[in-house]
Design a protein around this ligand. Structure first.
Ligand code: SDX
Length: 424
């Protein structure tokens, strides 16, 4: 017998509302007619609202569980490649060896970017934030590939998602090269997805760049960890734009905009600024007191869903050791570790169930790899494009989905007569 929610309204009527059988207990309140009309919910920030049914990513925030299509994140991080995970997110199954080989060829065929996009990136000031350059480049892609607007055509959908997956590393690398005044490096078909990205970022004129295998694997793991995360803010933005009938490029451009926020993907950049501002381990207690007094947030801590340690943070913390073997330990690590130690014992954080999230340690790795902080969120957007494509596809093919148009509770004045200028 499935659970029901009994709702009795002041008019004396009562209703048994079915509670869905999914992973969270939810019911459909629009079915509750009252004397004054159907009942809506007021839920700012959608803290307690399921906006869709999805089969892509499962999170249990209390247990700190993350699975892509049912596969635990720690197993994928340890044994898969990023393109293998992208295939899994999109098609729902791990690829066979032949499928993976074909998939890699398909994605890697689409690494080149139209020269107009190069001009678009060049048109920015050199010090413009690379997320703005990336957002512009991705959003411009539907102008080069008009077939992307045919969102009801399965072949066009798949081709343009593959185009996006292939081209996003190139645009991200060019956004970085533009910011340091270096020539743009073109994709090298002899290199895999991550190694090619690293070469486009760091190649100098004199020699062909070959990443240290430990660095390449660490970035591959970071890509896998950032690939998807159910209905986070930027994925919600992608789905909202998609719900109006938009192509994957326009929708992903909106996702990049949402991810840019310091409370979301921009947090990894903010963590480094926070650690640098604290400056030394002995100043950590003073900073913590400032957080508890509401003068600052502990960036990289807290999560809307995880009320336990973010499983990705645990894996990234381990990846730090691999990268620091190559680059040397990032001196800010000791401040981060002291912040975590104190926060995990302090009642303020414990009662609010605040733990390190995916952004707390990732910036330390990116900085050790000599990325400037403004590139950290770009390094989040590149792998998250795989999840955005899967979520976009699920949204545009979901028969239950409609254009996203929430209601509001109006609090302004009503029915006022126009006031002539002379009387204002
Ligand atoms: C990502 O959603 C996703 O899945 C996102 C993501 C993904 O993969 O897509 O996981 C990636 O965005 C990770 C989060 C990165 N952001 C940060 O690290 C920024 C710092 N964190 C906070 O801003 C905050 O924790 C959020 C935004 C992440 C979550 O905020 P919520 O769920 O809206 O929680 P809240 O702001 O209502 O906080 C509840 C309480 C409040 O205290 P009280 O008002 O009850 O006294 O906890 C406090 C908050 O003040 N709090 C913090 C805090 N986070 C929450 N206090 C200090 N430092 C923090 N970081």
């Amino acid at each position: 017998m499935s659970e029901t929610l009994q709702v009795s309204t002041s008019g004396g009527a009562s209703h048994d509302l079915p509670i869905t059988d999914g992973t969270i207990r939810a019911t459909d309140l629009k079915k509750v007619p009252t004397a004054a009309g159907p009942l809506a919910t007021y839920d700012p920030g959608f803290m307690n609202t399921a906006a869709c049914r999805s089969a892509i990513t499962f999170i249990d925030g209390d247990e700190g569980i993350l699975e892509y299509r049912g596969y635990p994140i720690d197993q994928l991080a340890a044994r898969a490649s990023h393109l293998e995970v992208a295939y899994l997110l999109l098609y729902g199954e791990l690829p066979t060896a032949a499928q993976l080989e074909g998939w890699e060829k398909q994605v890697n065929t689409h690494r080149l970017v139209h020269e107009n996009v190069r001009d678009l990136i060049d048109a920015f000031r050199y010090d413009a934030h690379p997320m703005a350059k990336l957002m512009a480049g991705v959003a411009s892609m539907q102008t080069f590939y008009p077939s992307s607007r045919r969102i009801d055509d399965p072949e066009a959908r798949e081709l343009n998602m593959i185009r996006l997956l292939g081209k996003i590393p190139t645009m991200a690398a060019w956004a970085y090269r533009h910011s340091i005044g270096r020539h743009f490096v073109y994709p090298n078909d002899e290199l895999g997805y991550v190694d090619n990205f690293l070469a486009m970022l760091f190649q100098s004129q004199q020699r062909v760049y070959r990443a240290d295998p430990r660095v390449s694997r660490a970035l591959e793991v970071l890509f896998i960890l950032h690939a998807d995360h159910e209905q986070n803010c930027s994925t919600n933005a992608v789905r909202a734009v998609a719900s109006a009938g938009n192509d994957v490029f326009t929708s992903a451009g909106a996702g990049i905009g949402a991810l840019f926020g310091p409370l979301h993907g921009g947090a990894n950049e903010a963590v480094l600024a926070m650690l640098r501002g604290i400056g030394s381990v002995d100043r950590v207690p003073e900073f913590i007191e400032g957080v508890k007094a509401g003068r600052a947030k502990l960036m990289g801590f807290g999560h809307r869903v995880y009320k336990n340690y973010d499983p990705r943070a645990r894996i990234i913390k381990k990846a730090c050791d691999d990268v620091f073997e190559v680059t040397g330990v990032n001196p800010l690590l000791s401040i981060a570790q002291e912040l975590e130690r104190i926060a995990l014992e302090d009642e303020y954080f414990v009662t609010r169930r605040l733990y390190p999230n995916v952004d707390f340690y990732s910036g330390l790795i990116y900085e050790a790899l000599r990325f400037p902080p403004e590139m950290f969120t770009v390094l989040f957007a590149v792998p998250r494009t795989a999840g955005w494509c899967a979520q976009w596809l699920e949204g545009v093919t979901d028969p239950e989905q409609k254009i996203m148009r929430p209601r509001q509770i109006y609090t302004g004045p009503r029915e006022r007569d126009f006031v002539p200028m002379a009387q204002r």
